[in-house]
Design a protein around this ligand. Structure first.
Ligand code: SF4
Length: 690
């Protein structure tokens, strides 16, 4: 029996663990450790362990499909691409939009972006970062002049004090959680803020069981206490930052004193004082945060408050410090870097900047230019523009996106998609969104193609082809190049291989300019910025200056505002949402992995025993969860680990889609919807089955 192994990077979370895929007789039959990556040193979590199980699932798309009436018919590539090219050619640029995916590689996303802006000439391109870390992009840009995790994953293990909020790290990013455990073994303290007593809370030295939505209140109160005790870093503030006084004034207001802010956060004043003391006196403090912070309408405020706290205490630009935004999907950082955003070109040049626009148009060599030099629509706006009888957007190309499950209002997304005149969906499975398509294109999955992806710490790493794609499925890059050629742009989309595409994207992304295929193929990859060929990469940002032109970090005063959808008499409980260790995003991949579905395969609502008792609900009972815009049915789980008055639901299950629960009131700056704070009521429908 002969086995071979191919080293690649995990397709799920943004930790970017390396692992080996084990191949026998042309099939991937398992995974094995790969010890040489500094990210995970051979360890992987359950999702990584079983990531091979969806690759050969019989549901994989194997042929292009063309809709006729209500039925999809198999077609060959030529017919499918002919149809798409003819239909796209009939629309004006502003009538078309392209959505890409943080699941796809850098090369896939880069070519999709080049196709949108160069071939379709549309400004409307976005991807799923909008629903996870758009607030990070905006907030960190404003504070530091660049939007990315500031330190590396191994560097977390160097910290003396880890403040983790809005991130159940041990479940969401288990191999980053391992660095927390390493730091604690060295004597570091973990302060953990969450409404739930999660596996991360188990590791904590101080647990802040606060109300979701009170993040700024908590952070301002901590900062006020640090300043009152003289624990701020005055030399860092004066030499490295600007506008400190405005923040000082806000956080010293009476409303943020621990006696007043504590009860509003749901914690004692002592908890706030201890947190301030530990952070204020730590030699090296780091903040880890994730979607608990960003998936709120106050997401940008939350991010800016975290940046304020770390600048206040001088915890920037050194080992074991920093603002460490733990991104969601495997390649959300890379999809942003390569410019799949309506306001940024590759490398974060503004689309409205004439010089950046001219440079890109010249580098790409499109004879009639590229899209207009102004911002396009983000995902939320796109679906708004799909409403009504004559929607502004008429055709869409979705690559690896499943908005019917992932967007905040699935009913509105379905209505919007059905209003389109022409929809192309490119994916590995026939997703819920494919039901609305005119053409479905079968794509290769990550194990069937070469490429790179950029993890949450800005580390560019390789994915490698282990087996060929099933049937007629093709890598996204090949599909996009073939379609571009059909539309008359073969010259701009001729590449010898994936390495050639990577070389091109390195020439247009300043942060990647010094990278080569061979360099990123090494076990340690390279963290950007890597501006020159001999540059070693940059695991820690802002060691001597921030990215703003004057090199300063910018404080910003943030006053706490109550979340818009707070409990009241009719809807007396809070709902928050999140991930389970067993599943990933909309479940398209993990729900096709038997070992993971054997653990959990349906949605549920967690509630506190006191709340459950007052409603006469027991674990396993069928309950109706009502919110301001609708309701759903699910089973109850009564657990002691959740704060009284708060409930929790995992968001991986379409039949229990939590995406549609919260009020859809996008944050005005990054257009982020409210996923983490919603008011609900609960009614028991049926007793648990005996
Ligand atoms: Fe994959 Fe993330 Fe688990 Fe690592 S921690 S194995 S990247 S899911």
């Amino acid at each position: 029996m002969t086995f071979t192994q191919v080293t690649t990077t995990c397709p799920y979370c943004s930790t970017g663990c390396s692992l080996n895929l084990v191949i026998q007789d042309g099939k991937v039959i398992g995974t094995a450790p790969y010890y040489r990556s500094p990210v995970n040193e051979g360890r992987i979590c359950p999702k990584g362990t079983y990531c091979h199980q969806f690759i050969q699932n019989p549901d994989r798309l194997k042929k292009p499909l063309i809709r006729k009436g209500d039925i999809f018919y198999e077609a060959d590539w030529d017919a499918a691409l002919d149809l798409i090219s003819r239909r796209f050619a009939a629309y004006q640029p502003d009538e078309m939009a392209v959505l890409t995916s943080a699941r796809c590689s850098n090369e896939d996303n880069y070519l999709a972006m080049k196709f949108a802006r160069g071939v379709l000439k549309t400004r409307h391109i976005d991807h799923c970062a909008r629903i996870c870390h758009a607030a990070t992009m905006v907030g960190l840009f404003l504070a530091f002049g660049c939007s990315a995790m500031t330190n590396s994953i191994p560097d977390i293990g160097e910290s003396d004090c880890i403040f983790c909020l809005g991130s159940n790290t041990l479940e969401q990013h288990p191999l980053i959680g391992r660095q927390i455990i390493k730091a604690r073994a060295r004597g570091a303290r973990l302060i953990y803020a969450d409404p739930r007593f999660t596996p991360t809370a188990v590791q904590s030295d101080l647990f802040i069981q606060f109300y979701s939505g009170s993040d700024v209140l908590l952070l301002n109160s901590i900062m006020g206490e640090i300043i009152r005790n003289g624990w701020e870093d005055n030399s860092f503030i004066s030499e490295r930052t600007a506008k400190y006084e405005s923040v000082r004034k806000v956080v010293l207001q009476k409303r943020y004193e621990p006696e007043i802010a504590g009860p509003l956060c749901g914690v004692t004043p002592e908890i706030i004082r201890t947190t301030a003391e530990w952070i204020g006196n730590a030699e090296r403090c780091t903040v880890l945060y994730a979607m608990g912070i960003t998936q709120q309408t106050a997401g940008v405020d939350n991010v800016r408050s975290i940046a304020n706290l770390m600048m206040l205490t001088g915890n920037m630009g050194r080992p074991g410090t920093g603002v460490n935004a733990l991104r969601g999907q495997n390649n959300v950082q890379g999809a942003c870097d390569v410019g799949c955003l309506p306001n940024f070109f590759p490398g974060y040049g503004k689309v409205s900047d004439g010089a950046a626009h001219r440079t890109l148009a010249r580098q790409w060599g499109f004879p009639n230019g590229i899209c207009e030099p102004r911002e396009g629509y983000d995902i939320n706006t796109l679906f708004e523009r799909l409403k009504g009888n004559s929607p502004e957007i008429k055709a869409m190309y979705l690559i690896g996106e499943n908005p019917v499950v992932s967007e905040p209002d699935p009913a509105a997304v379905k209505e919007g998609l059905s209003n389109l005149e022409f929809l192309v969906v490119q994916d590995i499975f026939f997703t819920e969104t494919c039901q609305h398509a005119d053409v479905v294109l079968p794509a290769a999955c990550w194990a069937e193609k070469e490429g790179t992806q950029t993890n949450t710490e800005r580390r560019v790493q390789r994915i490698r082809k282990a087996i060929p794609p099933p049937g007629d499925a093709k890598p996204d890059t090949e599909i996009i190049c073939a379609l571009a050629a059909k539309m008359g742009f073969a010259e701009q989309f001729t590449y010898t291989d994936t390495r050639d595409i990577f070389n091109e994207l390195c020439t247009v992304i300043p942060q990647y300019r010094g990278m080569t295929w061979d360099r990123v193929s090494k076990p340690e990859g390279i963290c950007w910025p890597c501006p020159e060929p001999n540059h070693p990469g940059t695991p820690i940002l802002y060691t001597d200056r921030f990215s703003h032109p004057d090199g300063k970090g910018v404080f910003y005063p943030v006053d706490w505002k109550e979340p818009s959808d707070l409990p009241d008499k009719k809807y007396p409980l809070r709902l928050t949402t999140g991930r389970l260790i067993w599943h990933w995003q909309s479940g398209t991949m993990t729900r096709r992995c038997k070992n993971l579905t054997d653990e959990v395969n349906e949605g549920y609502l967690e509630m506190n025993p006191t709340d459950a008792e007052s409603l006469k609900v027991r674990s396993g009972d069928l309950i109706k969860v009502s919110f301001r815009r609708g309701s759903l049915l699910c089973k109850a789980r009564v657990v002691r680990d959740i704060k009284k008055g708060t409930t929790f639901m995992p968001f991986h299950f379409i039949e229990r889609a939590t995406g549609n629960l919260p009020e859809d009131s996008p944050d005005s700056l990054p257009r982020m919807s409210e996923y983490k704070v919603a008011a609900i009521s609960i009614e028991k429908i049926q007793d648990a089955e005996p």
